[in-house]
Design a protein around this ligand. Structure first.
Ligand code: CP
Length: 310
């Protein structure tokens, strides 16, 4: 069977069809069950991180190594010739001759799409500014499917910085492909951007706006918290909203939540989830982070193998 993802770029979750997402999730499940694979033996992955990262970079690196590949790359622009004035265009153009695939994280929206236009090799967007983080959305879908047994018919609360959170943007757009009911919980000034709300409406996704977590906590299967993206706005604005949503064990204990409720967070967390929640049965964010490796293994295997990876 032809592999529809072979040599494709992964730039936005919107570029992926339902069938392609299902293929990635199925491959990730196979890799989680049987991790031994040499699917990218001899391939070189360039990990180009112009912005800080723990999970995305290290899970992509580990994914490449687990599949028999090798990594080159950097975790900031320190030490790059960009510091001497070289353009992103020339940097990517050159790296695409050194590697078989480029993973890029960059603070500018659209940087990954620009890199894909320049690169002769597939490009994966590992986060571009406040725009998109498609591989995180795939990790989220994989984790939800695993813990709730299905992606259909779920009620999901998205809580926190819905304006600047790129993981939220990608995840909300992925939800359009499934029968999900969304509760959007944020301060007014950090609401989900209008174009995404319009797209949700157009696709018939049911959603509503809320100011407090308590309003929705009894209704949802998934409580998806995010941090306030401090780096994307001023200190004064940050101080106004930084303590708006804090999940504590007592809030969970004193609320009649659904028995299957799971708490997700793309991490890093700042203060949104009290560490006491880690020990409760609702905590699922470290499993979510661990799943990153299988989903990223699946992406590397599928993008670099013409024959459908099985
Ligand atoms: N979830 C996520 O993107 O984490 P990092 O910023 O650590 O990669």
């Amino acid at each position: 069977m032809a592999n529809p993802l072979y040599e494709q770029d992964i730039l936005s979750i919107k570029d992926l069809s339902l069938e392609q997402i299902q293929l990635i999730l199925k491959t990730a499940k196979q890799l989680k069950q049987s991790p031994a694979s040499r699917a990218i033996q001899g391939k070189i992955i360039a990990q180009c991180f112009f912005e800080s990262s723990t999970r995305t970079r290290l899970s992509f690196e580990a994914a490449a190594l687990r599949l028999g590949g090798q990594n080159i790359g950097f975790s900031s622009d320190e030490g790059l010739s960009i510091k001497k004035g070289e353009t992103l265009h020339d940097t990517i153009r050159v790296i695409s001759d050194y590697a078989d695939l480029i993973v890029i994280r960059h603070p500018s929206e659209g940087a990954a799409r620009f890199a894909a236009e320049v690169s002769g090799k597939p490009v994966i967007n590992a986060g571009d500014g406040a725009n998109q983080h498609p591989t995180q959305a795939l990790v989220d879908l994989f984790t939800i499917q695993e813990c709730q047994k299905s992606l259909e018919g779920l009620s999901i609360a998205l809580v926190g910085d819905l304006k600047y959170g790129r993981t939220i943007h990608s995840f909300a757009q992925a939800c359009m492909l499934f029968d999900m009911r969304l509760y959007l919980v944020s301060p007014q000034e950090l609401a989900l951007p209008e174009p995404i709300c319009d797209a949700l409406k157009k696709q018939g996704v049911r959603f509503s706006f809320h100011r407090s977590m308590e309003e929705v906590l009894t209704k949802v299967d998934i409580l998806y918290l995010t941090r306030i993206q401090q780096e994307r706005f001023s200190e004064a604005e940050y101080q106004l909203v930084r303590n708006n949503y804090i999940l504590t064990p007592s809030l969970l204990e004193n609320t009649k939540t659904k028995a299957n409720l799971k708490v997700l967070h793309p991490l890093p967390r700042i203060n949104e989830i009290d560490m006491g929640v880690d020990k409760t049965p609702y905590s699922h964010y470290f499993i979510q982070a661990a799943n990153g490796i299988y989903v990223r293994q699946a992406l590397l295997a599928l993008l670099l193998n013409e024959k459908l990876y099985e």
